[in-house]
Every structure is written in C-alpha cells, then in structure tokens.
Write a protein that binds this ligand. Structure first.
Ligand code: PHE
Ligand code: FE
Length: 322
C-alpha cells in the first residue's frame, strides 16, 4: 500500500484527496513524497547515520546537475520579485544561492547559522516523522541531497534539493519564521505522541508549504511548495479558481489538502509574527475540540471566513472532469 508520510513527507493528512498521482499531475509536485511505510521499518538506509543524515558530497555533483539548479533558479528568480514576500527574497540574496550551481551546504550553513542558528543537513530522501521533527526542533532542516533530472523540471514526486533548499531555506533566515519552524518541530513530536499528526500536518501544509502573506504591497508568497514551482507561483496569486481566505488556526486544521495538483484553497496570514503567536498556545485543548469537529470540504467557504478571493474553482472542476 502506498501511504502518505509526515511533513516533508507531510501527507499524513488526506489520502482521499491524493487521487492517482500518475493521472493529471501537471504542476510541480516536488514537495511530497509518497512512500510505503515499510521503507522506514528497518531504520536509515546503508551509509546514512542514525539520525538519517548523509554527507552532501558537493564535489560529486556533475555539470548537468548544476545546470538543472541554475535553470530552475533563474526561472524562479525572474518570476518571484513582486510575488514572493520580502523575507524570502532577502533570504535568497543573503544566502548567495545564485552564485551558480547547487549550493554547498557547508558554505551556505555559515551564513544561515549566523543569521538564525539554523543549518541544513542532507538526507537521502524521505525520513520518518519523528526523525524529521527532531531535526526541526533542533534547528536543522533536512534537505534532499539529489536534484531532479533535466526532463523533470516541472514535476517530481519526491522533494529534491531544489524544492528543499530554494523553497524552504530562504525563509529560515527570517528570525520569526525560524522560531516558528523550531516550534513546529517540537509540536510535531508532541502531536505524534498524542496521535494528532493528521491535524498538525495540515497546518504545515497550509503555512510552510502553501502559505500566503498579506503585506502593504499586496498578497505575497512565503510557502515553499509555491515558490519552488513556476506554475503555482502564478496560480496561487493570480488565478481566479482557488479560494484565498484569512488564516484561522483551527479552521486550517480542519481543512484537507491536495497533494496531486494546485491547491483549491490558500490561507493568508496577516504577518509572520501573527502566525507564530497563533501557534505558541497550547494545542492540547485544540486537539480536544478537533477530535469532535468534522472536516471542512476543501472548496467550502464558511460564513465565518475572511474571504480575500471567492474562488470559481474552475481549474479544479476542469481537472476533475478530465
Ligand atoms: N503550541 C503547539 C502545541 O502546544 C506546538 C506548535 C507550535 C505547533 C508551532 C505548530 C507550530 O502543541
Ligand atoms: Fe517541502
């Protein structure tokens, strides 16, 4: 059985919506691996450490692999000004990810560590939920070591180094977001123990991966799944199809998500600080309430929602009809 896994894997959520990933899989999915749970039973793969990390072996990348990075980088760097939020764009600059080729973690980590105390560690691909959360809780971001092939620029099932580093690491240079990710790791370990990962995974999905941010200049992207995808960087902001709703913690944790196509709903936070503040409370009572609450259909708009865009859902409907 193919079974969704936790955060970089973060599908623990909603297999019902996953659909058939072979069918109609256009945009970009380099975010979410879907893997047999058996793959984790025997511990880290040969060559990996007990915490599942491996050496990046930067010297071993070939010119073709560096070229794939450069192509993807240039494409997104040209698209994202005016779309990605300032903390993302600032982080991208600060980390020098445009010096050409796949970033060398050792070099990149010097600056990242100086800015927020975070570092990036290489992992072979998927890691189990508890391992993933433990890294986050200690300000280590596990990143795939491999890069997609040149014929996979727009679509890849597993998170590769472009999604993980270009998508996630710039935001880790922001002090508030850096704290949020650490708190999320700790919250993940707690949720695992409580059997509530399903709900918490949705929070990760709708913030870290697909979050939008309200700014004085307009709505901007901070989610890694969006900024690492050309097509979704346009769709998430400009397309009339998806709902864009004000962020509400418990509402988000009741909303399933799509792993196989563009999102049908995006949640917009008023600020990174507001996101952190909303999540610093004890989730114990929230999990208690969620256990009794029903899921909210993915395309629903509730009377209590703050509606920034009432989506036509035309894209989702056309995709479903195919
Ligand atoms: N405050 C949450 C709890 O009590 C943990 C958490 C923090 C979860 C930040 C997500 C993000 O479980
Ligand atoms: Fe991701």
């Amino acid at each position: 059985m193919r079974q969704p896994r936790g955060p970089r894997t973060i599908l623990s959520g909603d297999p019902g919506l996953a659909g058939d990933s072979e069918r109609n899989f256009p945009p970009n999915r380099a975010i979410v691996p879907v893997m047999s749970a058996d793959g984790f039973a025997s511990g880290p793969p040969p060559g990996a450490r007990p915490d599942w990390t491996i050496d990046q072996r930067w010297d071993a990348y070939g010119p073709g692999e560096h070229q794939v990075w450069n192509t993807l980088y240039e494409r997104q760097a040209a698209l994202l000004p005016g779309r990605a939020c300032d903390p993302f764009l600032k982080g991208l600059e600060a980390l020098d990810l445009h010096k050409g080729g796949i970033p060398d973690f050792a070099r990149m980590n010097v600056e990242l560590n100086r800015l927020t105390g975070w570092s990036v560690v290489a992992v072979p691909g998927l890691v189990p939920d508890d391992v993933f959360f433990d890294h986050l809780a200690n300000r280590r971001f596990p990143a795939g070591q491999f890069i997609r092939r040149a014929d996979q620029l727009d679509y890849l099932q597993e998170p590769d180094i472009f999604h993980d580093v270009f998508g996630h690491v710039p935001m880790l240079t922001d002090p508030v977001f850096a704290d949020y990710m650490e708190a999320y790791g700790k919250g993940g370990l707690r949720a695992l123990g409580l059997g509530q990962l399903h709900q918490l995974a949705r929070l990760y999905w709708y913030t870290v991966e697909f979050g939008l941010l309200q700014t004085d200049a307009g709505v901007r992207i901070y989610g890694a799944g969006i900024v690492s995808s050309r097509a979704e960087s346009i769709f998430a902001l400009d397309d009339p199809s998806p709902n864009r709703l004000g962020f509400d913690l418990e509402r988000v944790m009741r909303t399933p998500y799509r792993i196989d196509d563009f999102q049908q709903v995006y949640f917009v936070i008023p600020s990174l600080q507001a996101l952190l503040d909303a999540t610093l409370q004890d989730f114990g009572p929230i999990y208690g309430r969620l256990a009794k609450a029903s899921d909210i259909p993915i395309e629903a708009i509730l009377p209590t929602d703050q509606v920034l865009n009432r989506g036509t859902q035309a894209y989702a409907r056309a995709a479903a009809a195919q």
